[in-house]
Design a protein around this ligand. Sequence first.
Ligand code: SAM
Length: 502
Amino acid sequence: MSQVTATPIERLRADLSAADFTVDALDALWGTDAAAALHRGNRLPATRALDTVTPLGTVATLFVLGLPVPAADAEAAFPALGLADAVELGLVARAGDSITPLLDLRPYSLADAAGVGSWWIASDLGELALGHAIPEDHVLGVGGASTTLSGLMMSRSVASVLDLGTGCGIQALHAARHSSRIVATDISARALELTRFNADLNGIAGIEVRSGSLFEPVAGERFEQIVSNPPFVITPRSEGVPAYEYRDGGRVGDALVEEVIVGTEAHLTVGGVAQLLGNWEYRAGEDGLERVRGWIESTGLDAWVIEREVQDAALYAETWIRDGGTRQGTAEFDRLYAAWLDDFAARGVSGVGFGYIALRRPVFPGTPRLRRFERLGTPLATGLGDHIAAGLSAWDWLSVRSDAELADERFSVAGDVTEERHYWPGDEHPVVITLRQGGGFAREVQAGTALAAVVGASDGELTLGQICGAVAQLLDVNDAALSAEIVPDIRELVFTGMLLVS
Ligand SMILES: C[S@@+](CC[C@H](N)C(=O)[O-])C[C@H]1O[C@@H](n2cnc3c(N)ncnc32)[C@H](O)[C@@H]1O
């Protein structure tokens, strides 16, 4: 690349590459303990580890630790870009000999179906760098919810993707690995600017940014895939409670999540899939997941909803007040806490659920709809997008087969399924048999003797009907009764990917 013709962004990319500004290099620079301390909001261990001046140390000090550096060090760290252009690009500000960061910029490593990769992601400076609470129009960097959604994102190749509420653009960047056309929307002009910057900095094409609320910027358009980590945090709509753009959609309770769920139907192509994160309220006597089911019942969409956790109302309020930078034990904390508890009490809210939602516009509207609502607290593995896609395909396969037709099929046990047996000491027969999934959602299935025997014999050679017959004979029970008992479990194991269709 000629330094003369290269754009400032290209020259910045060259400098960040030359500095080896990567996750691994940072870990090596200050060590994993300091990295963990930084994650907890403490930068002292990392600053103490930086005892010599290198371009990597300078870039990390500015953009990860959010601290000023001397102008001479910044000059040395940006030989291609130059300090003047770093100022022009809005990366840093100069005051005499001191260079201060204007944004947070950090390396991000990823691994998905397309392979491993490394990006740099810019977002607004956080509380640590600012030295005070973040403003309401703060543009968030990559957080836990971001990586949860990107880890769940289906990666089949699609013609078009909508990333609703793109923030720093992280989901749009991930989507660009399997689609050449992504529309990234946000109400925040700064978010769209940072998304554009991040796409350009990482040389990622195909992302169009559009300004507007929810589905307004894509009125009349449909997408093969929609992803959204929407501003789902439930916030009191009362005077003096900050409304952070990055997490608060400005609605009462969980109304924004309902709006996004229901709104996807008009924007998905036939067979298109939407993947969302959300919060939902548990209101007086009403189960939160049932509440989500109620929203989805008004649509013709297939739905697979997984509730990962439920926080009681007080814990939820504490979590989000702290997230906004207000410290516990202060009068301000108590004022906000009271506002949150009043708001929850007004609707009889006792708790808030958090989870993942996959919605699909059906290919054949006449076939049975998938309506699966479940609670799964297991830690998330990587590559879950493919697992979700496989579950949806398994549903299509299962929903058009009767129990009798299933009996004629051959199945084999997935390679990541193991079986555990527990015995009372000295007993010949197990008291508990557990089938355990290694990948996917790491499910555990308690199996009776008959189900364990049928699964164990499923090697793709014999049909399910033949295996049930043999097991019935072995256990000296009625063949038809055993099949009737087993088939619903087999359907579940096929859906969850623990049994594969041969
Ligand atoms: C939780 S952040 C998600 C950012 C990013 N997609 C991610 O996964 O990290 C939610 C984003 O939605 C945006 N937002 C807030 N209200 C919105 C609205 N009514 N319509 C569209 N986007 C909105 C915020 O500005 C913010 O960027």
